[in-house]
Design a protein around this ligand. Sequence first.
Ligand code: SF4
Length: 221
Amino acid sequence: MGLAVPAPDLEQSSAEEVLGYMVERFHPRLYVAASFQKETSVIMDMITQITPEARFFTLDTGVLFPETYETWREAEEFFDVEIEVFQGMSLARQAAVHGDELWKRDPDACCAIRKVSPLSDALSGVDGWISGVRRDQSATRRSTAKVEWDSKNELWKANPLADWSDKDVWDYIVARGLPYNELHDRGYASIGCTHCTKPGAGREGRWAAASKDECGIHSVA
Ligand code: SF4
């Protein structure tokens, strides 16, 4: 299904219904992005109940927190899945080509190498993908649709938790007894790379020292 098919109106649908729609339309050419933040726990739980064959991928920037790598290991064990890994240029090569501390001098360029480019590689082999973006995470995410055409990567994208609150996410995790990234218990509402993430509410701890809100992987225009 390409852009010729109009976006389905699933705005009133539940997260499970959105996931069910994506599985029915696209699986096995469907990828679920795993960032190992709390939303990943919810989506992994829901979609593995719809199909245990769901396919997951993560972008390993090489500078994730030890707690995130631990959550990754736990998630694979808990949900009995294998998460495929996509990586950008090696850190050593990045330093050789772009110099040290690119993340500090030019975080947009660093994110392009370590996140946007490997995302594009990951999505080149599927027709749909799923993310944990929620509208209340930041002003830039407020207009997130539950299902939208990702014109940057030319495939359909679903954000089944778009209308969920923080509390909705935690209530689900507690009710289902799911593993989650323990950095959330230490004040990190949003978790990315070690270099660019501090504790904070919403996404205020991300690139706190720079005028940057997003890494670019959720921009669909
Ligand atoms: S979040 Fe920071 S370290 Fe991670 S890819 Fe972006 S700029 Fe680089």
